[in-house]
Design a protein around this ligand. Structure first.
Ligand SMILES: Cc1ncc(COP(=O)(O)OP(=O)(O)O)c(N)n1
Ligand SMILES: Cc1ncsc1CCOP(=O)(O)O
Ligand SMILES: [Mg+2]
Length: 219
């Protein structure tokens, strides 16, 4: 379980957009601008680099009081005592993760466009569920799509926080919040920008306009 609210901008790293030093520099720029949830998503098989990067991002998130989430890799999360893990259908099953980690780990589950999967995940102890992609995603072009009305239905049927993902930008995110998303997960709209702090402010403004909990940071 986590004490950090799953709400607001949810940043996800991408090694192709942030090679080398850019991973930490861009992540820190987003955290300094107010990012409260950061996921380390790296699809490479370079275990040594993944361990080094995940540990560094975990420490950075601790400094900024943000929730650090490891994507896919439960063993990596365990190795660095990460507070949170995000899993999809290719990853370890939630029930198994709960048996192994107990309630101490915050676990988010990808549910695509599948409300029944989300209800099962909630029953099995997910801390949040994610739906998408709501728009064409530059970072994951072949992923399946989810319709906007799914969020309204999810809001009615679920108690856990709902995260929306996929091609979300400052100019299309408002409808997702109006439909009931608690958090907007973004890669390219945040880390694809040359000015991460400015991108962060544009995304945070969505939550201010929607009357959400995340406030604009002074810059
Ligand atoms: C917050 C959030 N939502 C969805 C995903 C996608 O997870 P998954 O379907 O396992 O796909 P990959 O990201 O592993 O390619 C996510 N990572 N984060
Ligand atoms: C991991 C993932 N799952 C569905 S879309 C996506 C990528 C989101 O990246 P972007 O915000 O650049 O579309
Ligand atoms: Mg995954």
């Amino acid at each position: 379980m986590t004490t950090t609210a799953i709400a607001g901008v949810y940043g996800i790293t991408d090694s192709t957009l942030m090679p080398g030093d850019a991973l930490l520099c861009k992540s820190e720029a987003a955290l300094r601008a107010g990012l409260r949830i950061l996921q380390y998503r790296d699809k490479s098989d370079d275990a040594a680099r993944r361990l080094r990067e995940a540990a560094a991002l975990h420490a950075l998130c601790r400094d900024y009081g943000a929730l650090f989430v490891v994507n896919d890799d439960a063993a990596l999360a365990a190795k660095i005592a990460a507070p949170a893990l995000h899993v999809g259908r290719e990853d370890a099953p939630l029930a198994e993760l709960r048996r192994h980690f107990g309630g101490s780990l915050c676990i988010g589950v990808s549910c695509y466009d599948d409300l029944a999967r989300a209800e099962r995940a909630q029953a099995e102890g997910a801390d949040y569920v994610a739906f998408g992609a709501f728009f064409p995603s530059p970072s994951k072009p072949d992923t399946s799509r989810a319709p906007l009305h799914l969020l309204r239905e999810a809001r009615r049927r679920l108690q856990v926080p709902v995260v929306a993902i996929g091609g979300i930008r400052a100019d299309n995110g408002a409808d997702l919040l109006a439909a009931g998303a608690d958090a907007l997960a973004v890669i390219s709209a945040l880390f694809g920008s040359a000015d991460v702090a400015a991108a962060m402010r544009r995304l945070q403004a969505l939550f201010v306009l929607a009357g959400g909990s995340q406030t604009m940071e002074e810059s």
